[in-house]
Design a protein around this ligand. Structure first.
Ligand SMILES: Cc1ncc(COP(=O)(O)O)c(C=O)c1O
Length: 365
């Protein structure tokens, strides 16, 4: 069986560097914060091309922290997409604001800038595009839109560590950007982890305070009500050990994606080719998606669906009175994620291609 994802295989591959990082933490006498966290934050900010990174507990917390630090809360509308992980929209509700879901572009599967523009009201205060599956949203257009309307632009980069558009990396376009280090992500911890990045020093300071009870300085004075969401020292050390290998891993993902793209050909709807994508997922589409998935399972190829049902029809958001989103709903019914992780898909490329072509032929009958 070729699994759709197996993060522990990446851990096994880099095990000596990870073991050394863990040993350093165990020998170092610091379990929370300390030099390991500071070193990872600095290295990750540099990787993204921004000035500040603040580690936190997970990607959803990162969204909440960034929104709170920007002053987004009750009465505010935040425009985002419904074809994304739950955390994107749950975070908007968690700060008391209202998510407004807009259509994605059918080809890029990311926020359609025209749909976002049409959804702006006097209550809109922020825009959260999602770089879904490792492909960046149209940031040149969305950054212009945000600037025209004075909106806080928050990039959801949970699936896009290192992705690029117009020569700039994911996370360097918005006022702030968030990352998840969930184990299956392109940069994944051995547990939960997340980060907010920004170029804005004052915003970074507010975010950091919100990660630790609102403390603004060493005297432990709280100016605001805040909880606790920190990147563990152990996870920071592990992520710092993996970060130097991320560019190599991205190159490998691109090579696997290119081989799948060329080999699968016209048999199914392929993801749009994008030189700047980092292929967190390789997502095909087919009108008979569930039958195709069953054929692939029979032939030993694991798949997953990201994401159905889409968020605007999830029970938690149904009462928000969201209009239908036909493109999003069609994609949610048709998308299928193939194995793409280099440690899994690399040796199995031909088997994946053959199974998809065979399955698509069967579904056409
Ligand atoms: C696009 C997107 N946004 C947000 C999140 C939330 O991240 P986490 O699971 O670390 O809370 C995820 C990960 O599941 C994601 O893929």
């Amino acid at each position: 069986m070729v699994p759709q994802a197996a993060p522990m295989r990446r851990i096994a591959r880099y095990r000596p560097a990870i073991d050394a990082a863990i040993a350093r933490v165990l020998d170092g006498g610091t379990a929370i914060g300390g030099v390991e966290v500071a070193a990872f934050e600095a290295a990750f900010a540099a990787f993204c091309g921004v000035g500040h990174a603040i580690g936190c507990g997970n990607g959803t917390d990162a969204l909440v922290l960034a929104l709170r630090a920007a002053g987004i809360g009750p009465g505010d509308e935040v425009i985002t997409v419904a074809l994304t992980a739950h955390g994107t929209a749950q975070a908007i509700r968690l700060v008391g604001a209202m998510p407004v879901f807009v259509e994605v572009d059918a080809a890029t599967r990311t926020m359609d800038p025209a749909a976002a523009a049409a959804a702006i009201t006097p209550r809109t205060t922020a825009l959260i595009p999602v770089h879904l599956y490792g492909q960046m949203a149209d940031m040149p257009a969305l950054a212009t839109l945000a600037a025209q309307h004075g909106l806080f632009l928050l990039e959801d980069c949970a699936q896009a560590h290192g992705a690029e558009i117009a020569g700039r990396r994911a996370g360097s376009w918005g006022h702030a950007a968030v990352f998840s280090f969930y184990p299956t992500k392109n940069l994944g911890a051995v547990g939960d982890g997340g980060a907010v990045i920004t170029q804005d020093a004052a915003l970074a300071e507010r975010i950091r305070a919100l990660t630790s009870y609102g403390w603004t300085d060493a005297r432990r004075i709280s100016d605001v009500v805040a909880g606790n969401s920190r990147l563990d020292t152990m996870q920071a050390a592990i992520l710092a050990a993996l970060l130097p290998h991320l560019d190599e891993a991205i190159a490998e993902r691109r090579a696997v994606a290119a081989a799948l793209h060329a080999g699968i050909g016209e048999a199914v709807i392929l993801p749009r080719w994008d030189d700047g994508a980092v292929w967190h997922q390789f997502v095909i589409a087919h009108p008979a998606r569930d039958r195709l998935a069953a054929c692939l399972a029979r032939d030993g190829i694991g798949t997953a669906v990201h994401y159905t049902p889409p968020l605007h029809v999830q029970p938690a958001f149904l009462s928000d009175g969201q209009p239908p989103l036909p493109i999003t709903e069609r994609l949610a019914a048709e998308v299928l994620s193939l194995p793409i992780q280099p440690e899994i898909a690399g040796p199995a490329i031909q088997a994946i291609i053959d199974a998809v072509r065979r399955g698509a032929a069967e579904c056409a009958r």
